[in-house]
Design a protein around this ligand. Structure first.
Ligand SMILES: NC(=O)c1ccc[n+]([C@@H]2O[C@H](COP(=O)([O-])OP(=O)(O)OC[C@H]3O[C@@H](n4cnc5c(N)ncnc54)[C@H](OP(=O)(O)O)[C@@H]3O)[C@@H](O)[C@H]2O)c1
Length: 125
């Protein structure tokens, strides 16, 4: 249903929004973390499936961002949303396919050892 519609558009793009927690889960949010890991995996496969029909599949990988996610005031410790959004939009315009910011940029490129260290850091308190 969606694919025929997308293919009729000029420069069709699917943008999925995952999380740094897709790469190193937060034990206190196991389902959220697991769904984001699944979304990351799905995005890789969908990108490959749709390359031949000209539909781009992109992934935004946010770190903690100061939005009302989960309720007002829960993310005031996190990066300012304007700062995050400006960086993401600039990198989308540059043609990048998978884009993080700050800690999530580091984590999406991390080695296995770095991911293990990040997991310990996130879950040690
Ligand atoms: N903020 C973070 O720290 C953070 C970190 C990692 C990943 N993310 C991801 O970034 C994405 C956006 O989150 P956010 O921080 O911007 O959260 P948010 O401020 O709570 O915004 C969520 C948005 O989703 C919309 N929405 C919720 N349920 C919906 C539904 N059933 N149908 C259609 N729209 C729906 C809401 O619309 P209404 O306003 O109309 O309700 C709202 O615009 C999410 O996928 C989140 O998991 C966020």
């Amino acid at each position: 249903m969606l694919l025929p519609h997308l293919r009729q558009q000029p420069n069709p793009v699917v943008i999925n929004v995952s999380s740094g927690l897709a790469f190193a889960p937060m034990a206190a949010a196991p389902i959220y973390s697991a769904t984001k890991a699944a979304l990351h995996s799905f995005t890789l496969s969908l990108r490959q499936q749709l390359v031949s029909v000209g539909v781009s599949v992109l992934e935004i990988v946010p770190p903690g961002v100061n939005t009302d996610l989960g309720g007002p005031g829960l993310h005031t410790w996190a990066v300012p949303v304007d700062e995050f959004a400006d960086s993401i939009v600039a990198r989308l315009a540059a043609g990048e396919q998978e884009i993080g910011y700050g800690t999530s940029e580091k984590i999406r490129q991390a080695s296995r050892a770095e991911l293990d260290a990040r997991f310990e850091q996130i879950n040690s308190h």
